[in-house]
Write a protein that binds this ligand. Structure first.
Ligand SMILES: [Fe+2]
Length: 325
């Protein structure tokens, strides 16, 4: 496929402290060069026979393609980030920055610090929406570096020397300050509004346990750490638990096949949390049984391994095994 040049988004004569000559040279030579490079690489990729081309040739071409795609996309964003009054952050954007960075000023200081840290090097400073996390982050990427997977960048600052040398010489700090004064916040906010409509990756859903309440391993850990009463029950199946070496500290193992035998020892005055190996079936089924018996029971999402993945404390299993296990 052929990639087309995007028209220059900003109006160069409106940018305070940067000359049209700088923007023109940047657009024509560096952005234009990236589009030309990207098309040349695409043609090369389309022309080769993947079954006979040496692996290192394909690998290098794909790396070059990624670098060129990033250069094209980020240059377009960079020009679309300029041409406004950088001080006037519109309401929606201001509250998003305050939510994710503490305050607009805190965001600004972090963004500038990242840019100045690239002084003498090269790279990009980006403000990026992460649908997966539901928040904005600042990030830097340098040549060959990769942007966060799935992130949608809404503001881009080019820290390659070609972006400022013509006007600012080696004074990258003055260039960064000038960029900040010219951010087109309304355009940034428009992109942010589009970005937040992208849904996060679909979470694990267990339709068969529809409205059974779950609790995260982080929440259970916080309950144990703060001394909140909770009855934590490991219901890994017997065939699995006989091989297990560790158990969540603070949990007791109970055979999920024999709920009737141990349910009488539970208290109804404190919540019950059950879990199994990965959090799929057994822990959910046990929680359902306990709820039907009138207990405030939930299952711990992700089970034993999610607990270990957040480095929750465990102890030797044998010490806690019931006599019959
Ligand atoms: Fe550039």
């Amino acid at each position: 496929m052929r990639y087309e040049i995007a028209p220059l988004y900003c109006r160069p004569w409106t940018i305070n402290g940067m000359t049209p000559k700088l923007i023109e040279s940047h657009y024509e030579n560096n952005y234009g060069g990236a589009v030309t490079r990207l098309n040349a690489i695409s043609e090369e990729l389309e022309a080769l026979d993947p079954s006979t081309t040496p692996a290192h040739v394909i690998r290098r071409l794909k790396q070059d393609e990624t670098a060129a795609l990033n250069s094209v996309a980020l240059h377009e964003l960079y020009f679309a980030s300029l041409g406004g009054d950088g001080r006037a952050v519109p309401e929606m954007m201001a509250s998003a920055l305050a939510r994710d960075f503490g305050s607009v000023d805190r965001w600004r200081r972090e963004f500038i610090a990242l840019a100045e840290a690239l002084d003498g090097g090269a790279g990009w400073v980006l403000l990026t929406w992460l649908p997966r996390a539901g928040r904005l982050i600042n990030q830097t990427i340098s040549e060959g570096g990769q942007a966060v997977a799935g992130g949608i960048t809404v503001l881009a600052l080019d820290m390659y020397e070609h972006a400022y040398h013509l006007d600012f010489g080696a004074n990258a700090v003055a260039y960064v300050a000038t960029f900040m004064r010219n951010i087109a916040w309304n355009a940034v906010q428009d992109r942010y509004e589009d970005a937040i409509t992208v849904k996060p990756p679909r979470p694990l859903q267990q339709k068969e346990f529809g409205d059974l309440p779950a609790i995260s391993v982080e929440e259970v850990k916080a309950m144990l750490d703060s001394g909140t009463p909770v009855q934590l029950i490991d219901t890994r199946p017997r065939h699995y638990s006989s091989r297990a070496q560790d158990i969540v500290a603070g949990a007791v193992w109970r055979d999920p096949e024999r709920v009737d035998e141990w349910i009488g020892a539970l208290s109804k005055s404190a919540p019950v949390v059950t879990f199994c190996v990965y959090g799929f079936h057994i822990g959910c089924q046990t929680a359902t049984t306990l709820r039907q018996a009138g207990f405030d029971a939930r299952y711990m999402a992700g089970g034993h391994f999610a607990w270990k993945a957040v480095k929750g404390p465990v102890k030797l299993f044998a010490a806690d095994a019931p006599p019959e296990a």
